[in-house]
Design a binder for this molecule. Structure first.
Ligand SMILES: Cc1cc2nc3c(=O)[nH]c(=O)nc-3n(C[C@H](O)[C@H](O)[C@H](O)COP(=O)(O)O)c2cc1C
Length: 177
């Protein structure tokens, strides 16, 4: 197995972080990885908010515990929020497609790069799907109409065991022609 596939196996959703805080430069490197992600027409339809201030981090954690989900989230030491920005596509393509057509996928790529870089740095990460968007916007001075891509919780994993990946079988989903 090569280093990249090994990293893909080591990257896993972390649902419990240790007391250790995350170094600022590691967060910079994670977000730098997101910035380097590919995007349709290189439109880069994203911006990132990095929360590392203890008080703000714990308030974001509360916003992610709607419906009593993600009870472990108050152990997160940082968050990276990936926001969707206006995508400027090339003139030929924008004649056919809505400007935001590729944006969701692009944001997914940026989030994946962030999580992979986090794993490379020895950090745990977990994308959070359910959160109080309105409250996060208020807290972080984000315009209420802004589209959210991802809220990513980060910290050092409490449990370093690498779990077996639960994935569909290769043969079930791949076809070579
Ligand atoms: C869009 C999205 C939303 C997610 N939301 C949550 C969440 O709210 N809570 C959680 O514990 N995991 C969440 N996850 C993590 C997935 O459950 C996880 O990626 C999946 O089970 C595969 O496991 P792995 O990441 O450990 O490989 C989310 C993942 C994605 C991509």
């Amino acid at each position: 197995m090569n280093d990249f596939l090994d990293l893909c196996k080591r990257r896993q959703s972390c649902r419990g972080f240790s007391e250790r805080s995350v170094e600022h430069n590691k967060l910079v490197q994670c977000v730098e990885a997101g910035r380097l992600a590919h995007s349709g027409c290189n439109s880069q339809p994203w911006s990132f908010v990095v929360a590392e201030n203890k008080d703000i981090v714990s308030q974001i954690a509360l916003c992610g515990q709607q419906l009593k989900q993600n009870v472990w989230l108050n152990t997160a030491k940082a968050f990276i929020i990936v926001l969707e920005e206006h995508a400027v596509l090339s003139p030929v393509i924008s004649g056919f497609l809505d400007s935001q057509y590729y944006a969701k996928g692009d944001l997914g790529a940026a989030a994946a790069y962030i999580c992979l870089e986090a794993a490379e740095q020895g950090l745990g990460s977990c994308i959070i799907g359910i959160y109080d968007r309105k409250k996060i916007c208020e807290l972080l001075n984000i315009p209420a109409e802004k589209q959210f891509g991802y809220v990513i919780a980060l910290g050092y994993p409490l449990n370093e065991t690498i779990r077996q990946k639960n994935r569909k079988a290769f043969e079930e989903i791949v076809r070579f022609v």
